[in-house]
Write a protein that binds this ligand. Sequence first.
Ligand SMILES: C[S@@+](CC[C@H](N)C(=O)[O-])C[C@H]1O[C@@H](n2cnc3c(N)ncnc32)[C@H](O)[C@@H]1O
Length: 228
Amino acid sequence: MRLLDLFCGAGGAAMGYHRAGFDEIVGVDILPQPRYPFTFVQADALEYLAVHGGDFDLIHASPPCQAYSALRCLPWLKDRTYPELIEPVRAALRRSGRPYVIENVERAPLLNGLTLCGRMFGLPIYRHRQFECSDVLLSPGHAPHDVVIGHGRMVNDRRKGTLNAGSAKGAWGQQSIITVAGGQCRKDEAARALGIDWMSKPELMQAIPPAYTEYIGRQLLAPGAAAG
Ligand SMILES: C[S@@+](CC[C@H](N)C(=O)[O-])C[C@H]1O[C@@H](n2cnc3c(N)ncnc32)[C@H](O)[C@@H]1O
């Protein structure tokens, strides 16, 4: 099964689809992605989609989220402008006629969005991401966010490497919940929390856990589903 992975970054989303059963994956990004684990094409996503979209069984798109991110409200970012790509990406995906998934942050204007969180997959991270799909997607249960990410005392503590007020003392051991937002974590912690072992730290900051797209990919490959 062929997957086109638009705005692919270093391949967090792609790895999940691969684990679900997609065996031919082409990633497209405007920047070089030397650690992308599948076939990589450096190009503009919408230009590539217009020419090649019809060749794939499923198209995934992760357009940049800065325009919709809560971090935009920070005083030093609030006057910046960022491209709002969701609508043009959706229109182009619909023109392709192929089944599609668009991934973005919770505040992005996605339609019928399914929200996934690391806690749904046993990952020690709260990272909500929304998925719009041309097919109907089922949601796993979402356990409460039962461990509080600490504030103040350990913020920017690079030696302890976490924002979690409990983890340095081992209060939650391997179950420490971290945030990777803003890069306030150690690379090894982010890699463990996301379930990704091949990326640099800046790449990890942008990636989604492969567990999310493995979950979606398995649904879409089931007999009778969009790509099945
Ligand atoms: C949120 S990151 C993708 C993360 C990736 N899905 C993952 O899980 O690892 C968005 C990516 O879009 C790329 N990008 C931005 N504008 C683009 C464009 N016009 N065409 C292709 N890629 C673009 C950025 O270089 C960045 O790598």
